[in-house]
Design a protein around this ligand. Structure first.
Ligand SMILES: Cc1cc2nc3c(=O)[nH]c(=O)nc-3n(C[C@H](O)[C@H](O)[C@H](O)COP(=O)(O)OP(=O)(O)OC[C@H]3O[C@@H](n4cnc5c(N)ncnc54)[C@H](O)[C@@H]3O)c2cc1C
Length: 378
């Protein structure tokens, strides 16, 4: 891994989600001492509620795609070191009509299509790869650079690996409510008044924009987004690739210059709930499915049923069989609303907030952490 340091520093990481954990992991690898704190006994927000997708395919051409490709490289290395369920399984964005397929053919001939690992497959080629897809579709856009991890193994797998190093300390149930900077470094205190000091501080609070950090988020170009998710009841047959429907092409900026007006009209329900189908196979034979997007706060605590009916219909059409939903949940992420790929703000010398990577936070997390650690060496 390219992250190397000459001088060991004591690094404090606030937040046990994937952004904080990747900072801890790469800082430790770079030779630093790391203390990572988390308010909960186990992290329970966006990083464990997501699909676990490492999704390169739809990233915007230019710096976002470059960051995703660097992240994908790092995921490959980290996945060979820690038990996180990493696999380079690729994805299939499935065309359910000729017009969707024609937009996918256009995607497969974009200038950077080979960088993304795109190839266009007809129905028989899709079924040679994935016999489980026995439904009514035309073909698919395959992306060989897409990958996946297991969200419920990821954070503990990375921590288990770090805990082999005496320079790593994990402190759960440490709810930070202030930080200060002095000549001796950066200091965090929890709600019980316990203080920890370090040279460098990385604050990775996810969508916790309130509390002691609220003054940095009040006017900041960052918002929260609420999503509904679910998982199907496990089946015995195996699926390798992650799956998306053509609605996903409406949202991913990598496709914005294609003839999206050739896509058939989106269903009213999917449009109202800003939906796409994403489906990630899990080790237990279930599929994580979603998602909806709600941008207007305050968010309701209620999970609404109709979006799941839409997802079930799309899945039935692609798989040629019904897959029953066994679990439903929601999640919230923090998303940058500016042209910045994510939100990074220095709040004191050697102290930085890193969040706001939105629906690409899992994908980009190792490369985002690497950017922070590289900045310390300058
Ligand atoms: C439903 C859903 C699906 C998604 N799917 C994908 C996907 O497939 N691929 C992808 O790339 N991205 C996906 N994302 C986005 C991705 O999950 C997030 O961008 C990423 O998990 C954010 O990580 P984080 O560490 O910033 O935040 P979080 O996971 O929210 O972690 C922040 C942590 O900080 C802790 N914390 C906050 N404040 C304090 C404090 N004061 N003191 C101590 N601890 C504190 C919290 O308890 C929490 O554990 C999805 C997000 C959601 C919600």
């Amino acid at each position: 891994m390219s992250v190397k340091s000459l001088t060991m520093k004591r690094v404090l990481v606030v937040g046990g989600g994937i952004i904080g954990t990747m900072h801890a992991y790469l800082a430790l690898k770079a030779g630093h001492e790391v203390v990572q704190v988390e308010r909960d006994s186990l992290p329970s927000s966006a990083s464990v509620r997501n699909f676990g997708l490492v999704w390169v395919s739809g990233r915007e051409a230019g710096s976002e795609l470059q960051l995703a490709i660097r992240a994908r490289e790092l995921w490959g290395q980290i996945g060979s070191e820690a038990s996180i369920g990493f696999r380079p399984n690729g994805s299939l964005t499935v065309a359910q009509s000729d017009s969707e397929f024609s937009v996918m053919q256009e995607a497969a001939s974009m200038d950077d299509a080979s960088l993304r690992g795109f190839e266009i497959l007809n129905k028989r080629e899709v079924q040679d790869l994935e016999p489980l897809l026995a439904g009514n579709f035309v073909g698919a856009l395959r992306c060989t650079t897409d990958a996946a991890v297991e969200p419920l193994l990821l954070l503990s797998g990375l921590r288990d690996e770090m805990q082999k190093n005496v320079n790593y300390q994990w402190l759960p149930n440490f709810d930070v409510d202030s930080f200060t900077h002095s000549d001796t470094g950066n200091h965090i205190s929890d709600v019980n008044g316990k203080m920890i000091s370090g040279d460098l501080l990385v604050l990775c609070p996810g969508a916790a924009h309130a509390g002691f950090l609220s003054k940095y988020f009040n006017e900041a170009p960052v918002r929260k987004v609420f999503l509904q998710m679910g998982s199907t009841i496990p089946i015995a047959e195996k699926l390798g690739h992650s799956i998306a429907d053509a609605d996903s092409m409406r949202y991913y900026p990598g496709f914005k210059n294609l003839s999206l007006d050739r896509l058939p009209p989106q269903s009213k329900l999917a449009a109202e709930n800003h939906m796409q189908l994403l489906l990630a196979p899990r080790f237990d034979g279930s599929f994580t499915i979603g998602d909806t997007h709600l941008y207007q706060e305050p968010f309701s605590h209620e999970i609404i049923e109709e979006p799941y009916e839409h997802l079930t219909r799309v899945i039935s059409n692609i798989f040629g069989r019904e897959l029953k939903i066994g679990k439903r949940w929601s999640g919230v992420y923090s998303q940058s609303t500016s042209s910045d790929i994510y939100f990074r703000r220095e709040v004191a010398p050697g102290a930085v907030i890193v969040t706001g990577a939105g629906g690409r936070g899992n994908t980009l997390s190792p490369a985002i952490a690497e950017e922070t650690i590289t900045s310390w060496a300058i």
